[in-house]
Design a protein around this ligand. Structure first.
Ligand SMILES: CSC[C@H]1O[C@H](OP(=O)(O)O)[C@H](O)[C@@H]1O
Ligand SMILES: Nc1ncnc2[nH]cnc12
Length: 287
């Protein structure tokens, strides 16, 4: 039975959601191990939501240590069809100022220590990822920002770096020369796995700093990130609440909802039973 329709992943500085009713915590078991934390299930704006603190309560899990597969699988198991992700990011452009929100629509991958596919172990699949963000959820975030009265810029390229150290100045300038807008350490793997799981995914990226490229300006520090996040997490929660209300209950127009339909290359007859059992929640309807 589906327990939640809309998933919310809270990043650095967003470890809970105000305004939930009928709140209960639930540990979700997955074949990939434990998600970052127990899920907080409840109602927000009359909708069933599932909140997950990406780095766990108390911020215990490094970006490279995140069990992205368990987090996204658990969302699918709960019945989630869309994910509202919230993240802190550095700005790579003058025009994106600390406290601005950006809703990115592209990624550049600079990670090297993560796996981000549910396929493998006898089943080969390839989903399209040319447009990695769901346009419907992205629009919902843009409209929610307008309603709340905060700057919410539609589109932009998010560089996903490995971390946990911040970038060197040479790297930061390289990403700028590529035309990238913002930088963070977490969103690409979530977006990839959400796409395989046919969940519509978008991110509300909260600019906290100018990374380390801006002359005459201090390089990013964690103190700065936390100070801006504290200042902004109230607005972030207001935007998420409005986004939950604005989310269409029918997302069938989103390409994400059928992304795996033609993805599986492997002859169904040769997919190992164990792999099928493990991935049944995700792809059972296709075999
Ligand atoms: C706290 S600064 C670096 C940290 O913040 C971002 O996390 P999240 O995306 O979960 O908000 C960034 O990706 C890094 O993990
Ligand atoms: N400058 C930065 N680089 C990477 N991740 C970040 N998260 C917040 N600010 C960041």
């Amino acid at each position: 039975m589906s327990k939640a329709e809309i998933g919310i992943i809270g990043g650095s500085g967003l470890y809970g959601m105000a305004g939930l009713t009928e709140v209960r915590e639930e540990r979700v078991e997955t074949p990939f191990g434990d998600p970052s934390d127990p899920f907080v299930l409840g109602k927000l704006e009359g909708r069933n939501v599932a909140f997950l603190a990406r780095h766990g309560k108390g911020h215990r899990i490094l970006p490279s240590e995140l069990n992205f597969k368990a987090n996204i699988y658990a969302m699918k198991k709960l019945g989630v069809t869309s994910i509202l992700s919230v993240s802190a990011v550095g700005s790579l452009k003058e025009e994106h100022k600390p406290t601005d929100f950006v809703i990115p629509d592209q990624f550049i991958d600079r990670t090297f220590d993560r796996t981000a596919t549910f396929f493998g172990n006898g089943v080969v699949g390839h989903v399209g990822f040319g447009d990695p963000i769901c346009p419907i959820v992205s629009d919902v975030f843009v409209k929610a920002c307008e309603e709340v009265g905060v700057v919410g810029k539609k589109g932009g390229t998010y560089v996903c770096m490995e971390g946990p150290q911040f970038s060197t100045r040479a790297e930061s300038n390289l990403y700028r020369s590529w035309g990238a807008d913002i930088i963070g350490m977490t969103n690409l793997q979530e977006a990839k796995l959400a796409r395989e799981a046919e969940i519509s995914y978008a991110t509300l990226a909260m600019v906290t700093d100018y990374d380390c490229w801006r002359e005459g300006h201090d390089d990013v520090t964690i103190e700065q990130v936390i100070a801006v996040m504290h200042q902004n997490s109230g607005n972030g929660q207001k935007v998420v609440k409005a986004a939950v209300r604005l989310m269409p209950s029918d997302l069938s127009a989103s390409p994400a909802q059928t992304a795996a339909k033609f993805a599986i290359m492997t002859d169904k007859a040769v997919i190992p039973a164990e792999t099928k059992a493990k991935l049944d929640v995700l792809f059972g309807k296709y075999w």
